[in-house]
Ligand binder design. Structure first.
Ligand SMILES: Cc1cc2nc3c(=O)[nH]c(=O)nc-3n(C[C@H](O)[C@H](O)[C@H](O)COP(=O)(O)OP(=O)(O)OC[C@H]3O[C@@H](n4cnc5c(N)ncnc54)[C@H](O)[C@@H]3O)c2cc1C
Length: 381
């Protein structure tokens, strides 16, 4: 396999890096401290074509592969994970809509995500929830020509910003197969009964919106069912195959940033009268970070390339996410350690990286779930 990126891919990387370096550094600390974000930066990113590049041309996307989306993600996260997340998560769910949505649904949502007119979200997790999504209890009942939805969702990215939310609902509780009880429904957030409340106090990724969503007798047309009734569980799996890959790129971008912070700080800081990076133990730590980043990136390049060839290798994607997230945790921890007490202060970027990294082991499948998936794949369970 040839891992050399094409000229076009290299140009995408450079453009994404230049944009992020121009827009993120001056505002990142303020967004992190105040849990805010300036949507004009997202709009500018859309204008320049960085958002939803994997969306088909007929819906105004660039119709690149997931690899190109990952390359942009890596560059944005290498400059600032929180701002990168606030911008690129605005299409969260478009992968699912592209795969399973009706023509009308795709026309309604996808072009407006690319142009920066609207934001999308996907609500699966529930407050009393379980990693077993087949136990989700938010209900959608057919009444006349409507679905009437009742329930609560938590940790929903873009919860207070999204114009549309893809809500994972139990539509057939009597079905003997637990895996055929759920469906996705596209819900406009201005429908009466839909309420969202921002969740404050996140450890990291604080520029990005996360909310609780409450649905009380929310009525939407039957035509808002996404895909086939009862196939929500299968649709989640296909959706996760794609978005997990993106998390790998997030992790590699964050790890790169930690490496740069470590190299710069240890070159500047003098201890016992010599630069910190003149000690072999420091050099070994930096070398170890670089090795893991290279391995993580090669893994996600392979997984993204395979997906873009139409080969969905769930075990590879699960292993890759597990390894990439662990790499981000490792690199940000080591980089903070090399900063000593300064690393503990939020004026130093490394503190933010350390906090941002933790989400990678939790969302879109916890690290334990990725192990369980692999154990199943290896035939051990
Ligand atoms: C920043 C952020 C953004 C998010 N965005 C979204 C979003 O947009 N939409 C959405 O629907 N959700 C979102 N989530 C939710 C996220 O996907 C869940 O938090 C995650 O899936 C874990 O579910 P839980 O919090 O209910 O943990 P629990 O299910 O309560 O799990 C707790 C712990 O138990 C472990 N565990 C569970 N089962 C086993 C087992 N069999 N063996 C061993 N260990 C096990 C888990 O791995 C975990 O470590 C987001 C979360 C965060 C932090």
């Amino acid at each position: 396999m040839d891992f050399t990126l094409s000229k076009e891919q290299q140009d995408i990387i450079k453009a994404a890096r230049d944009f992020a370096l121009g827009e993120f550094p001056d505002v990142a600390l303020e967004f992190d401290r105040n849990e805010t974000f300036d949507l004009n930066i997202w709009k500018e990113a859309c204008k320049l074509g960085f958002v939803g590049v994997f969306i088909d041309e007929e819906y105004e996307g660039a119709e690149y592969g997931f690899l190109e989306h990952c390359l942009i993600t890596e560059e944005f996260w290498a400059v600032d994970p929180g701002v990168g997340q606030a911008i690129l998560s605005t299409t969260f769910g478009s992968e699912l809509l592209s795969l399973f949505g009706s023509e009308d649904q795709k026309q309604l949502v996808l072009p407006r995500l690319v142009s920066g007119e609207i934001i999308l979200g996907t609500a699966i997790t529930e407050p009393g929830g379980d990693l077993d999504v087949t136990l989700a209890t938010t209900t959608a009942v057919k009444q006349g020509d409507k679905w009437v939805i009742n329930g609560s969702k938590s940790f929903v990215a873009n919860g207070t910003l999204a114009k549309y939310m893809l809500v994972f609902c139990q539509t057939d509780p009597e079905n003997p197969s637990q895996q055929e009880q759920h469906s996705f429904i596209l819900v406009p957030s201005d429908t009466p009964g839909y309420e969202s409340t921002k969740m404050r106090g996140k450890l990291g990724l604080r520029a990005s919106d996360t909310a609780e969503v409450s649905l009380k007798n929310v009525g939407v047309p039957l035509a808002n069912l996404v895909g086939k009734e009862g196939e929500g569980f299968q649709e989640i799996n296909a959706f996760f195959d794609r978005i997990r890959l993106n998390i790998c790129a997030q992790a590699v971008g964050l790890s790169r940033s930690a490496l740069v912070e470590a190299i710069q700080h240890t070159g500047r800081r003098h201890i016992f009268g010599v630069p910190l990076d003149s000690f072999q133990v420091t050099q070994f730590k930096i070398a170890e970070m670089a090795i893991r980043i290279k391995a993580a990136r090669n893994l996600y390049y392979e997984a993204a390339w395979s997906l873009d060839q139409g080969k969905v290798d769930q075990a590879l994607i699960g292993m890759t996410k597990r390894y990439c997230a662990e790499t981000a945790l490792y690199c940000s921890d080591e980089a903070l350690q090399m900063h000593g007490g300064y690393g503990y202060i939020d004026e130093y970027k490394v503190q933010r990286l350390y906090r941002d990294a933790k989400a990678l082991e939790i969302y879109e499948g916890t690290k334990e779930m990725e192990m369980i998936d692999n154990v199943i794949d290896l035939g051990l369970m």
